[in-house]
Design a protein around this ligand. Structure first.
Ligand code: URA
Length: 275
């Protein structure tokens, strides 16, 4: 099924084939682009910060080069350090936070963007949401070092007078960084991808909807089975809700089944209502 953004992507590829590396967008084109992406996103994510008027939106493809996965990922990390499409927006902070984990991982987990702790440590998912993610992996019997963890956006979204607070990345910020995570997927080639939260799901799948409506089935990203589930930070917010915990856990059970992992009766029963 063709997505609304496909014609834009085709146009940009055609421009690139003609040797153009930058496209200039006037205000109405920027507005159109924002609306296109906002249509694919939940209402609370539409608070896109204003970007500098007339700043050109820089589009760039990440280039995979090198002989092995480690070298290829190191090359992508290096490109991300000075990622012009993100830097030129002026809405993201300076420090780049790439990815962590095993380049040969069977499971790739993708979140939205680094937060305060992740930026400080230079590693995704090390703050409270990361601790929750570690708990989930532990319950699955999967060491964190065995999976590959990344984000759609490689820089922490900025806010005025920012301390520990953060915000969801905007559609433009996601668009600016998407090529990096797609390149990571093409290098790691995991057996499955888990999109953590609605923002990651929409960015990766180009589908509109709540996590509740997107989870429970297998999607595909670059031919790789992809499961959508709740963001670990949502578990922190909805910390009494057993339903959300069980739903997330069922997504993890589906992932474990897909990989042919052994699942104990105890694991199958986590977060089931007590009889
Ligand atoms: N930390 C991350 O690295 N990603 C998220 O999506 C949230 C917190």
């Amino acid at each position: 099924m063709s997505r609304p953004v496909d014609s834009l992507i085709d146009f940009l590829h055609a421009e690139k084939a003609r040797g153009r590396s930058h496209v200039f967008l006037d205000d109405s084109a920027r507005d159109g682009l924002r609306k296109l992406y906002v249509r694919m996103r939940k209402p609370e994510v539409t608070t896109t910060p204003a970007t500098t008027a007339h700043a050109p939106l820089v589009m760039q493809d990440a280039v995979v080069s090198g002989s092995g996965k480690e070298e290829q990922l190191a090359g992508l990390r290096k490109q991300a350090e000075n990622w012009a499409p993100a830097i030129s927006l002026g809405t993201l902070r300076e420090k780049m936070v790439f990815a962590t984990g095993n380049p040969d991982a069977e499971i790739m987990l993708i979140g939205e963007a680094p937060g305060y702790n992740d930026e400080k440590e230079g590693e995704p998912f090390v703050g409270p949401a990361g601790q929750k993610l570690n708990d989930i992996l532990k319950a699955m019997g999967v060491p964190r070092e065995n999976v590959y963890i990344s984000n759609l956006v490689k820089f922490r979204p900025s806010l005025p007078k920012q301390t520990t607070n953060t915000r969801k990345p905007s559609a433009e910020e996601i668009l600016a960084c998407l090529s990096l995570v797609m390149a990571e997927i093409s290098v790691v080639r995991p057996k499955l991808i888990i999109a953590l939260g609605g923002t990651a799901a929409e960015g990766l799948l180009g589908l509109e909807g709540t996590v509740g409506s997107l989870r429970g089935v297998w999607h595909e990203v670059s031919g790789i089975p992809t499961r959508v589930t709740y963001h670990p930070s949502y578990l922190l917010q909805s910390s009494g809700s057993n339903d959300v915990k069980r739903a997330l856990w069922e997504d993890m059970l589906a992932a474990m089944e897909k990989l042919g992992m052994p699942i104990s009766e105890k694991q199958r029963g986590y977060f089931l209502p007590k009889a």
